[in-house]
Design a protein around this ligand. Structure first.
Ligand code: GAP
Length: 442
């Protein structure tokens, strides 16, 4: 069971340079975060695991990278200009603003404790607006995309015809999205700039319910196959008043976040033919599909699994976090923090640790680190006691530590320590790479 609170994860991330506030030397920018050396490896591993499963391992999904800035007509057609809003209220005492559906309006203001005295809720559009080119007037306004999905809809015809995919097939994309959230927070759970991993799966109308069921299972399996505790995730269907303007049926994969309770991790929606029809109407282009086998023409329905990269990474971090009792070399029992991350997600796969700074050990340790690095992301650490160095690697989830000691110079063996069991094995140097390859099983 994980022992994490959001605070323990924030502290670990800060201490080890995994994630920390953006622009910190200027006091930070609220809800903007930077991913440091270990964080970017972790985040990339999450993205790669998604891309591998959703694109590379399938014959029926292709990739896309569409532009963040798109014609403003896209967002008029998609309904985002009119309806991508959250209800905003303001405390009449301290003038702080909140999402009306995130607070209890019958209680005092969570910030100043006064009231309750709120302005009437007004609909606030979440899209960031900017201007294209040097003229800052409304005819040059463009939006930063609030979802990657629209790229897949407006490029549907081009991608389908050039990839020669037949329905059912999907288009996947990873990339930045922006939402001017009224109340960002809970670390990287809700931010104004974030990355999404989305896939639009185009199906024949009438087969959409079946495909929704298929993707619900497939997406839950992705998390559990990457080691997420099944008891910490569940599916929840949206009530009709929660559905987005485009959706016929939507499920959330929810994760039990500490301090927040069950909260949305990923959304899986049946978007019907809403988007393709809307773009066909607004662009006056034919976005229908001709099925040459049945000789039918139709506008496909769309099933969409949509996941935030940072939110997924946070859930993997929380799920992997443990505080455990660990025996030290002297026989004492100490507390250790360990990230039991799936090997595929761990930022470094191996750490090479010469037992001491003694110059006799350096050439062999450096040579081994270089060899292992040619295959796996590898850390090299000489500073501090060996016990402390093991703890440092445990804390960032490195699956294996390779220790080079004075015996290694004689017997050509090194000690390999397993992060989870803490068991140590002597392995011959000639077999080390094959051993690590087998144990890491990436
Ligand atoms: N294209 C559909 C769509 O964007 P969504 O439920 O609004 O659906 C999908 O977003 C996922 O993107 C969410 O489940 C969440 O993981 C992530 N996400 C949404 N807003 C976010 C935010 N402000 N900060 C971080 N992640 C966010």
């Amino acid at each position: 069971m994980s022992h994490a609170t959001i605070e323990t994860i924030v502290n670990l991330c800060k201490r080890r340079g995994i994630v920390f506030p953006s622009s910190e030397i200027y006091g930070g920018l609220r809800s903007a975060w930077d991913w440091g050396p270990l964080g970017i490896e972790l985040k990339r591993n999450v993205k790669n695991a998604w891309w591998h499963r959703m694109v590379h391992q399938r014959d029926d999904v292709v990739g896309l990278e569409s532009s963040i800035l798109m014609s403003p007509k896209v967002w008029e057609a998609s309904g985002h200009v009119a309806t991508f809003t959250d209800p905003l209220v303001e405390c009449t005492n301290c003038h702080h603003r909140f999402r009306a559906d995130h607070i209890d309006l019958s209680r005092n203001c969570p910030d100043c404790g006064q009231g309750p005295s709120w302005t009437e809720p007004r609909q606030f559009n979440l899209m960031f607006k900017t201007h294209m080119g040097p003229v800052e007037d409304s005819s040059h306004a463009v939006y930063l995309r609030p979802e990657t999905a629209q790229g897949m809809f407006v490029d549907f015809q081009t991608v389908q015809s050039t990839s020669r995919k037949k329905i059912p097939f999907g288009i996947a994309q990873q990339g930045k999205s922006f939402r001017n959230e009224i109340t960002p927070g809970n670390f990287v759970f809700r931010t104004r700039e974030f990355e999404q991993m989305e896939m639009e799966f185009f199906v024949k109308p009438g087969t959409d319910d079946k495909w929704l069921d298929y993707w619900l299972k497939e997406r839950v399996d992705w998390f559990t196959d990457l080691g997420m505790t099944p008891d910490n995730i569940r599916l929840r269907e949206h009530e009709s008043d929660e559905l987005s303007h485009y959706a016929k049926r939507t499920y959330d994969i929810e994760y039990q976040f500490p301090g927040m309770g069950w909260s949305e991790l990923e959304g899986i929606a049946n978007r019907t033919d809403f988007d393709l029809k809307a773009h066909a109407e607004h662009s006056k282009q034919d976005l229908s599909y001709f099925d040459s086998e049945t000789e039918e023409r139709y506008v496909p329905y769309v099933i969409e699994p949509a996941l935030g990269v940072e939110r997924a990474t946070l859930a993997f971090l929380i799920d992997a976090y443990r505080e455990e009792e660990a025996p030290t070399a002297s026989g004492k029992v100490e507390k250790r923090t360990v990230l039991r991350l799936h090997h595929k997600l761990a930022p470094s796969k191996v750490a090479v640790l010469p037992l001491s700074k003694n110059a006799d050990l350096t050439p062999l340790a450096e040579k081994l680190a270089a060899e292992i690095r040619s295959k796996f992301v590898t850390d090299y650490d000489v500073a501090g006691s060996i016990g402390r160095r093991y703890r440092r690697q445990d804390e960032v989830g490195t699956p294996f530590c390779v220790t080079v000691d004075f015996d290694s110079l004689e017997d050509n063996q090194v000690t390999v320590r397993d992060r989870d069991s803490m068991e140590q094995e002597r392995i011959s140097i000639g077999e080390l790479l094959a051993y690590l390859e087998k144990r890491l099983n990436l």
